[in-house]
Design a protein around this ligand. Sequence first.
Ligand SMILES: NC(=O)c1ccc[n+]([C@@H]2O[C@H](COP(=O)([O-])OP(=O)(O)OC[C@H]3O[C@@H](n4cnc5c(N)ncnc54)[C@H](O)[C@@H]3O)[C@@H](O)[C@H]2O)c1
Length: 438
Amino acid sequence: MNISIFGLGYVGAVSLACLARDGHKVIGVDLDPVKLDLIRTGKTPVVEEGMVDLMASVAASGRISVTTNAAEAVRDSVISLICVGTPSAPNGSQDQTAVLRLSRELGAVMRGIDRPHVFVFRSTLVPGTVEDSLRPIMEEASGKKEGRDFHVCFQPEFLREGSSIRDYDNPPFTIVGANGDAAPQALRKLFGHLPCEFRVTSVRAAEMVKYCCNNFHALKITFANETARLCEALGVDPFQVMDLVCADTHLNISRAYLRPGFAFGGSCLPKDLRATMHLAKQRDIDVPMQAGILASNRAHLDHAISKVLSTGKRRIGFVGLAFKSGTDDLRESPMVYLAEYLIGKGMTLAIFDPEVHLSSLLGANRRFIETHVPHIGGLIRKELAPVVAESDVLVVGLNEAKTVSLLKQVVRPGQVVIDLVGIGDTTGLAGDYLGLCW
Ligand SMILES: NC(=O)c1ccc[n+]([C@@H]2O[C@H](COP(=O)([O-])OP(=O)(O)OC[C@H]3O[C@@H](n4cnc5c(N)ncnc54)[C@H](O)[C@@H]3O)[C@@H](O)[C@H]2O)c1
């Protein structure tokens, strides 16, 4: 395939070399004449393992060329990968000067081209950029319609400097954010052979996932380093501890705890976090990321409170009270905090949780209700039906299949369902559906 690549930094230069190696004809475009001269003479513009040999071999193959002329590059290719820099502005926002300017230029080039072309944005872009800024700019500059006369899509790049050729050949996945078939079809021809899943998503999801992945990586490094500082102060070997943490592929290095839902609670996580923070304080160890976890959890609870208040209704039904589905443990349950807050605001509550019946509660749980939240005990109903009948708003805090399925059948038109946990398919739900964050 004939491909043009705009921006020959780490991402663009490695892509140019690898695509040419794979047999494609690649035109590199950059504003920097020094980079173009290096590539023209078979040298690498970036320091990367394997790039010296690869550049020499692809230059010798005759499959690469370079230019500063965007029009020529688009005319001589069917697909363009856009890899220009998107650095931080002084206020932390993304500086999109290069990609905005280039989009206008590419749109103007398309004015004079009468066959469709696929533009693939590979620069990291804040969600919404392609659909809200770049596509309109290109349509205006070209006088043409995206999706018909040309196509845009977003494909995040997951390579890491230092191992980028290996990462190019072994990405975690290929993600293409697109609204039509043309761009994914073209990209399958370039990347479909890679040993990973090829996923097509919305453009915004593809933009967002790049940030999520990088932020998650930053969070993991910080977690390991905070743990190491605390371990050092306690005379514990941090490598042994983190090795054990990573050995648990059930709960730690897994999908567990990564599904969006309601705030955490229960008898372990909040208390153990508090004890860890106290320990760190005693040893003068600063662990700001972990110290922020409880505050973040509280913000999630506050978000749920605002959702309920935003309905303006006062008869509230709770589906779920325990801190998670399938348990009767009410200790530090965020549902209990939410109930207490709403009662404090003078709202009327009725509560159903299949696992929580005052008559059958034993030991610590019964004591918890009787001593901490005695006013909640009287609001608990044995069945879901009276809760639905008594309420204008239903707050769903559990994801137990039988209860959720029954709930979906009995909701009345006009009733508001606030879903804190992600109950899945809501087609056919009679009431107004409000997700907590979705
Ligand atoms: N570096 C990485 O490891 C990496 C990994 C994944 C994603 N990304 C993202 O990819 C993008 C590129 O990163 P990079 O590190 O390769 O950037 P870079 O700064 O190394 O290179 C960008 C290149 O774009 C060129 N350029 C600017 N405007 C141009 C224009 N109008 N036409 C042609 N060329 C132009 C610049 O001269 C420069 O050579 C960024 O958005 C970055 O966040 C980078």
